[in-house]
Design a protein around this ligand. Structure first.
Ligand code: A3P
Ligand code: MG
Length: 424
């Protein structure tokens, strides 16, 4: 796909000509449990984003200028399955939580505060599920993945290079433009596939513990908006007097390729177009979003520069083609809605000075994945490489063996090894 989400055939991009630095294989890079520090001078425009070929890859620059090159090849994402999480966060290998979009009135007057106090079941965000739901889906659908031609001819158990959540990839896409929040991503190589799972940062934990009541309520507003626009059945209507339970989720699992990285990831989908003429998934999916009403040119500019970056990244990755946005006043009343085509976002932002660029986002993500695959060589579910990034810094990493950072659960490791399902 190109940055607009159209199917295109790409000429070889500069990425494809960029050879990975393999020198690290003969060098001892990182003592166990020690943070690997940046050991090279700051990058200047035009230099490779990782350390020079004379030294091992220890850090990755996030400077935007380094990633302003041709848009990398991004294959049209293909849905390979889906799963559901119920009101108690139980996994089901089916689409029971799928919801159907119901077009709103142009001036709807939805009250997003309604039900916050008395009809809201909030997911416990202190419970870290890591990749568990995706791993459950993989074990239940292993034969589907393995039956693909690539799996049969590869040394990988699954025939993919990377397994992760879409949300983790969204964070990577927006990293070159992020100035506030850093991240920690844990990576483990197991049977030839790299699993990437987020670890909560201290700062994020602090923010979570210190949210104001207003912030807590505003987090509810997005889910309430979904309730106003979604029906549980294809011919049904939304039920605004029902309970909002944020444990419930419908997740798509897609497969795609970013340059030479074969990706398998999952992401929550808000709803689908239920019309008979709607295209197949993921093109029938619709992302729902809320945002503050735009009243001034400054607000419009901020919306383009900050919000549309996150919205674009989240939906572009799984090939969700459109967003229905609700614009709300400070009291949580939705005063208007708008449909935004993902393919039109780069056009919408083109008059903003010094704005974000889709190609920078995709090239950075691609280089990060190359960096991780270069660094993580030991195929062992008990080894975690922890990649760490703070705004205005390079990405660095540390290595952890048999620690609480391990995130591939025994049931998954054993399930993958079971003789009833040989890896190849
Ligand atoms: P909005 O997107 O309308 O703000 P998603 O849009 O990704 O499906 O998420 C649904 C809603 O979850 C969001 O609606 C918002 O209310 C809440 N939410 C998701 N991520 C959040 C975050 N990082 N901080 C606060 N609220 C969040
Ligand atoms: Mg949404």
């Amino acid at each position: 796909m190109d940055q607009h989400g159209r199917k295109v055939h790409h000429p070889p991009s500069s990425y494809q000509n960029h050879k990975r630095n393999k020198d690290h294989e003969s060098v001892s890079v990182n003592p166990e449990h020690k943070r690997v520090r940046q050991s090279h001078p700051p990058h200047h425009g035009g230099s490779p984003p990782v350390s020079s070929s004379a030294s091992p890859c220890r850090a990755l620059s996030t400077r935007r200028q380094l990633y302003e090159k041709d848009f990398p090849v991004y294959k049209q994402p293909v849905e390979v399955g889906s799963f559901s999480l119920d009101g108690e966060r139980r996994f089901f290998n089916d689409a029971r939580q799928m919801r159907y979009f119901v077009k709103p009135h142009p001036r709807p007057n939805f009250d997003l505060r309604d039900g916050y106090k008395d009809r809201f079941v909030k997911r416990d965000d202190g419970v870290k599920e890591k990749l568990d739901h995706i791993l459950r889906w993989i074990l239940a659908n292993r034969s589907k993945l393995q039956s693909s031609v690539s799996a049969a001819s590869s040394s990988q158990a699954l025939g993919v290079d990377i397994v992760t959540w879409r949300g983790h990839l969204t964070k990577l896409l927006t990293t070159p433009y992020e100035t506030r929040e850093g991240w920690l991503l844990a990576a483990t190589l197991f049977r030839g596939t790299l699993y990437i799972s987020e670890v909560e940062t201290e700062a994020s934990r602090r923010d979570r513990d210190n949210r104001t009541e207003r912030h807590e309520e505003m987090m509810y507003w997005g889910y309430k908006f979904e309730q106003y626009l979604c029906a549980d059945d294809i011919k049904g209507s939304p039920n605004p007097v029902g309970v909002v339970n944020t444990n419930e989720a419908f997740c798509t699992v897609v497969q795609t390729k970013l340059a030479d990285h074969k990706l398998l990831f999952s992401g929550e989908v808000d709803c689908r177009d239920g019309e008979p003429e709607a295209p197949a998934a993921p093109a029938c999916y619709i992302e729902l979003k809320t945002s503050a009403e735009i009243c001034t040119p400054k607000q419009r500019s901020n919306f383009h520069r900050f919000k549309l970056l996150k919205w674009w990244a989240q939906s572009f990755l799984p090939g969700v083609p459109r967003i229905v946005a609700g614009f709300r006043d400070p009291d949580g009343l939705v005063v208007g809605t708008e449909t935004i085509q993902i393919s039109k976002i780069s056009h919408l932002i083109k008059n903003e000075y010094n704005c974000w660029k889709p190609t920078v986002c995709m090239n950075f993500c691609c280089e990060f994945l190359s960096f991780v695959r270069t660094v993580v060589r030991e195929d062992n579910p008990r080894v975690v490489h922890l990649f760490s990034w703070d705004p205005h810094q390079d990405v660095t990493y540390s290595v952890h063996r048999d620690t609480t950072y391990c995130f591939l659960p025994p049931w998954y490791v054993e399930g993958m090894a079971s003789s009833s399902n040989p890896p190849h």
